[in-house]
Design a protein around this ligand. Structure first.
Ligand code: FES
Ligand code: FES
Length: 154
């Protein structure tokens, strides 16, 4: 199998990379762009740790081909910062210490950012729907929910 040139735009930075055409986006993000906040967990669209925002929508990057993401705006957890400051979701998670090992955290922050970008006052059901598919083996769920609830008050 030969490599192909692929131009990706991640967090506003465009870069051409040479990759096999079956390379999942998560590997391009981590290995070719050096953005290790996006985690590879299950690789099967079942844990949520690899979530990124693509053209405004949350997507799982483990089963998306990198070459299918050309000409799209890809945002990782590193790209959520605004003028070098944490965004409101990142800030809430920091204030509430809403993580233990942190492996699931960037994926959850991506999903919640995508939710609040569209809906400033989501219902509990909408929050649960956004969290559906995000696994946390450390059991940080209650403090994560507290951090998210605090966002509704702002
Ligand atoms: S690594 Fe993508 S959903 Fe688990
Ligand atoms: S904080 Fe460890 S998996 Fe969620």
């Amino acid at each position: 199998m030969s490599k192909v040139e692929c131009e990706l735009k991640i967090n506003g930075l465009s870069k051409k990379i040479n990759i096999y055409n079956d390379k999942p986006l998560v590997y391009a993000i981590r290995n070719d762009f050096g953005l290790t906040g996006t985690k590879l967990g299950c690789g099967l669209e079942q844990c949520g740790s690899c979530a990124v925002i693509i053209d405004g929508e949350k997507k799982l990057s483990c089963n998306l081909l990198a070459i299918e993401c050309e000409k799209k705006e890809i945002i990782t957890v590193e790209g959520l910062k605004i003028d070098s400051e944490l965004n409101h979701v990142q800030e809430a998670f920091r204030n509430f210490n809403a993580a233990q090992c942190g492996y699931c955290t960037s994926g959850i922050i991506i999903s919640i950012t995508a939710l609040f970008d569209k809906n400033k006052k989501p219902s509990s059901q909408e929050i649960q729907n956004a969290l559906d598919g995000h696994l946390c083996r450390c059991g940080s769920h209650s403090v994560v929910l507290n951090a998210i609830e605090s966002l509704k008050e702002n």
